[in-house]
Write a protein that binds this ligand. Structure first.
Ligand SMILES: Nc1nc2c(ncn2[C@@H]2O[C@H](COP(=O)(O)OP(=O)(O)O)[C@@H](O)[C@H]2O)c(=O)[nH]1
Ligand SMILES: [Mg+2]
Length: 409
């Protein structure tokens, strides 16, 4: 059986397993929730207590808690949405050959400000071994093996084919015989795919509302906290909207970040209509003259259209209430989930415009290729990468150093 046959067979098996586990997760959640409906409670605005840990300079002396009138009580949150089907382990689509390098972080996190930033340890990139040890010349075996490595490294089918086609052209045109020279062309071509569009971060310099979407566990809430910290440190007035009202724990988690960063947060009680929370947050943002409104959302079942519609509703409310704010919808994807992350992005994109990607947990995988696959297939730029759980572990995406880290020796 050829490589592609094996690849397709494995993919099919993986899809079947994922589909079965999603269905059973939904069924289980429905059983657990039964018919009980959560109360539709009024949305409240809360301000972290002034003694919050690590208050940043822009913390406002607001009242600890103040009630605001809830927006038109809309249909209550559907309890079964809180299921987390993504927890089902998605098997790796391809068996890895023996020489695949040990998984090591692909993107060395920047040191926190206390540490010396120059002492960044270079880790071997996912493709370093391939170019170092295996081939001394460029022949059919070289291309075949490179293709397999690019796929295993999560580059995706489209990017892999495009990169190989371009490489063959470059090799012929420049009469290259040495794989090391081919590597340089390959690096250059991946950098081309990953180049940031102009104005990728313009939203940070104007009034804007940034909504983070993505399935459960990818790191949305954590990213809201990290972003708030960065923006507040830059003197911006930030408000958080806790629109993940499906679980009380989700609100508590965001509250911790609000307290840590000294950020004003609008939230609802468990089961409250997320639309009401977002509506109130938008009103607060206007009333308080916020620079940036950060909206946390629930991690929904990405394959359920009706659930996506809920997100689309939030999108519309924000557009209606904050027409003069710039809109930035960012999908948060977990780099360790490989091709599954690409699939999630495609499904979310069906219901709303996506302006950027935050790729989290790059510290937990050696395969950064998923960033290339997503950018190539969706044409959406990666704007930030998560490289750890700490408040400083979110970096602006730097395409050049990212691509070089994939090939670093
Ligand atoms: N190692 C690592 N863990 C992360 C990163 N981002 C988030 N996490 C962790 O992932 C888990 C889920 O994050 P959370 O923000 O609750 O995800 P959400 O369900 O999308 O809101 C938490 O334990 C986070 O600390 C990252 O970049 N690296
Ligand atoms: Mg969350």
């Amino acid at each position: 059986m050829g490589f592609w046959d094996r690849f397709r067979k494995k993919n099919k098996e993986a899809e079947d397993i994922a589909e079965n586990s999603k269905e059973s997760a939904v069924e289980q959640a429905e059983e657990e929730n039964g018919d009980s409906q959560p109360e539709n409670e009024a949305t409240s605005c809360e301000m972290p207590a002034p003694e919050a840990a690590e208050p940043k300079k822009t913390a406002e002396p607001e009242p600890v808690s103040m009630q605001e009138e809830a927006a038109e009580p809309e249909s209550i949150a559907e309890p079964e949405l809180a299921a987390e089907p993504e927890a089902a382990a998605e098997p790796e689509p391809i068996a890895e050959p023996a020489y695949v390098p040990e998984p090591k972080p692909v993107y060395a996190p920047e040191q926190a400000s206390e540490a010396a930033p120059e002492v960044q340890k270079k880790k071997p990139g996912f493709f370093s071994k391939f170019f170092n040890n295996l081939f001394s010349t460029i022949d059919d075996d070289f291309y075949e093996e490179l293709e397999e490595q690019l796929i295993i490294g999560d580059m995706g089918v489209y990017a892999t084919e495009e990169l190989l086609d371009n490489l063959r052209d470059d090799v012929a045109l420049n009469k290259i015989h040495n794989p090391q020279d081919a590597k340089e062309f390959l690096i250059k071509d991946i950098k081309r795919i990953m180049a940031q569009p102009e104005g990728a971060y313009d939203f940070e310099e104007t009034n804007s509302v940034v909504m983070l979407i993505g399935v459960n566990g990818v790191g949305k809430t954590t990213c809201i906290g990290k972003l708030a910290s960065q923006y507040i440190a830059r003197g911006k007035k930030v408000i958080m909207a806790g629109a993940d009202t499906f679980r009380a724990a989700a609100m508590d988690q965001l509250k911790v970040w609000a307290e840590r960063t000294g950020c004003f947060m609008v939230s609802g009680n468990e089961g409250a209509d997320p639309g009401s929370v977002v509506f109130d947050a938008a009103k607060s943002a206007k009333a308080r003259g916020a620079d940036i409104l950060l909206c946390d959302t629930a991690g929904r079942l990405h394959n359920k259209k009706n659930l996506m519609n809920e997100l689309a509703k939030l999108d519309k409310i924000l557009a209606g209430e904050l027409g003069d704010y710039r809109r930035e919808n960012i999908i948060v994807l977990d780099a360790t989930t490989g091709q599954n992350a690409l699939q999630q992005a495609k499904e979310f994109r069906e219901v709303m415009h996506i302006d950027g990607i935050i790729l989290t947990k790059l510290d937990g995988t050696a395969k950064g290729g998923i960033a290339v696959a997503i950018t190539r297939e969706l044409g959406v730029p990666v704007k930030y990468v998560g490289v750890g759980e700490g408040v400083n572990d979110l970096q602006r995406f730097d395409p050049d150093s990212f691509v070089e880290s994939l090939f670093a020796e």
